[in-house]
Design a protein around this ligand. Structure first.
Ligand code: PHE
Length: 499
């Protein structure tokens, strides 16, 4: 046990053993040990008491000193004293309020001053101050003044002062200040007192292990300081990536790991690439102003005539796809309206158009825009995790197992798909993950219809998906309100899990 004592602990024990029955205060221990920092006494006192060698007694004391008004009273007298002196100096008939003002007291003083005198027995009789026991009043006032002078130069332990007067003055503004302090004393326990002083010699302890020390054999003979790895400490708050950025980084890593390459695209797109390429009918409700942000600048985004032509054939009658199309007239102006992309599927579709003959596995994490009213689960700007597998033998099981692998790498093992509908996929599925016993919908997926792939110039099937990033972020970060993701509250952000 003694072996576990630090040098400071030993020094303090040694000091206390010089008079083993005594109760020591801080100053005595500082003098005896030669330390000049109270922290050493407090620290060793604590560890010695934890080892049962010392008992610590805490005494709570109140120190009383003069406050600002008290210091003024010390120089020019307490208010009640000054008025009382005027009273004693005045003729009986002259002890009126008017005379008090004339004498030099203003209203701010006269009112409270007379109040104070009334509380010790002075009364007002038809405008005049009267008292039938002047000696008693004089004595009360002089006791108060004595109290004030007794604390004039130093803070005084409240136990050494008149308790009634402390109470009286603490009820008056600015006269006295009360400071609470804890003073400690230390005393050896029987066990502490019986320790043999010879085991308390100072041992050189090594606090830091340096590479130099480790190079030789010297360290083998040394004593090392113990570190308390469980000691409480401040949590460091340095810079860190925003949790959303960290999550995007992690998703990116997972897809790269799975052999996918990353693609990007612009926020501003034509309605044609954002919707017509995906065989979304021009009359579809999602195309209206309520859902889509159409732009006034650029109002128009040109689309290659080749695609306008193909899409109009596919939309009107199905072209060579085997489909009958939506019928009606395809509007090429409508297809060239400028908008903010409503989904990142526009990126994957363009990627196929640019690489129709090259098999590809690509993904992208990007921002999309929809006219949503902001609430607990909706934002007008959010992110999607998009991807495709475009190759000769792409199929539905491949799509499902890819998504399952992705979510399982993200830490979610329970994934299910349900039949769904999108104008551009067949079959279409909705992807759910199990979280705290509930199935949560995270996105859509499917195999692109021939109406989509044929104008793009490919005959291979395409597995495609688009998942919500914010929804996943809420799960990962344990949030129940989507808005919390983007509030610039540094304290909350610092407390979010590191991803
Ligand atoms: N674009 C769809 C959405 O925004 C998701 C999706 C992508 C569905 C690809 C099927 C295929 O919800």
């Amino acid at each position: 046990m003694v072996a576990e004592l630090s040098n400071n602990d030993k020094a303090m024990l040694k000091a206390m053993l010089t008079d083993s029955g005594r109760e020591w205060d801080i100053q005595q221990l500082l003098d005896l040990t030669g330390w000049n920092d109270q922290v050493h006494v407090a620290g060793s006192g604590k560890s010695l008491s934890e080892s049962g060698l010392v008992t610590v007694t805490e005494n709570h004391i109140k120190l009383i000193s003069l406050d600002s008004e008290g210091k003024k009273a010390l120089e020019s007298g307490l208010l009640e004293e000054r008025i009382w002196n005027w009273y004693l100096d005045s003729e009986i008939e002259g002890r009126t309020m008017q005379n008090l003002f004339k004498y030099g007291f203003d209203r701010d003083e006269a009112g409270p001053g007379i109040g104070l005198l009334k509380s010790i027995g002075v009364s007002l009789d038809s405008g005049k101050l009267v008292s039938n026991d002047e000696d008693r009043i004089s004595s009360i006032i002089s006791k108060r003044m004595e109290f004030i002078s007794s604390i004039s130069s130093d803070s005084i332990d409240s136990m050494d002062l008149d308790q009634e007067l402390i109470e009286h003055f603490s009820g008056r503004k600015g006269l006295i200040a009360i400071e609470e302090r804890i003073s400690r004393t230390w005393k050896l326990t029987d066990k502490g007192a019986s320790i043999d002083e010879s085991v308390l010699s100072h041992v050189e302890m090594v606090g830091e292990l340096t590479p130099e020390l480790l190079q030789g054999d010297v360290w083998k003979g040394l004593k090392f300081k113990h570190f308390d790895v469980n000691a409480p400490t401040k949590t460091p708050t340095g810079g860190r990536p925003h949790p959303m950025q960290a999550l995007i980084e992690r998703i990116r890593k997972v897809f790269l790991e799975m052999g996918f390459s990353e693609i990007e695209g612009n926020f501003v797109q034509s309605a044609g690439w954002n919707m017509d390429a995906l065989y979304i009918p021009q009359s579809h409700p999602a195309r209206t102003m309520q859902d889509t942000f159409y732009l006034s600048s650029p109002e128009r985004v040109d689309v290659d005539e080749r695609y306008l032509d193909l899409w109009s054939k596919v939309h009107e009658h199905g072209h060579d796809t085997g489909s009958r199309g939506w019928g009606g007239n395809f509007d090429e102006d409508e297809a060239q309206k400028g908008l903010l992309r409503t989904h990142t599927t526009v990126n994957t579709v363009k990627h196929i158009a640019e690489n129709p003959n090259a098999p590809s596995r690509v993904f992208g994490i990007g921002r999309v825009f929809r006219q949503e009213t902001i609430d607990r689960t909706h934002l007008p700007e959010f992110h999607q995790i998009e991807g495709i597998i475009h190759e000769e033998n792409a199929n539905l099981p491949m799509l499902i197992s890819t998504l399952k692998t992705f979510y399982s790498k993200m830490g979610y093992d329970n994934v299910r798909v349900r039949p769904a509908y999108f104008p551009y996929t067949e079959p279409s599925v909705e992807v759910d993950i199990l979280w705290r016993g509930e199935w949560l919908e995270l996105g859509g997926a499917g195999i692109f219809r021939p109406e989509v792939t044929e104008p793009l110039g490919t005959e291979w099937p395409v597995c495609a998906w688009g998942m919500g990033l914010e929804r996943l972020a809420m799960l990962v970060l344990g949030l129940d309100d989507i808005r919390q993701l983007y509030q610039p509250d540094l304290e909350k952000l610092a407390r979010m899990p590191i991803l």
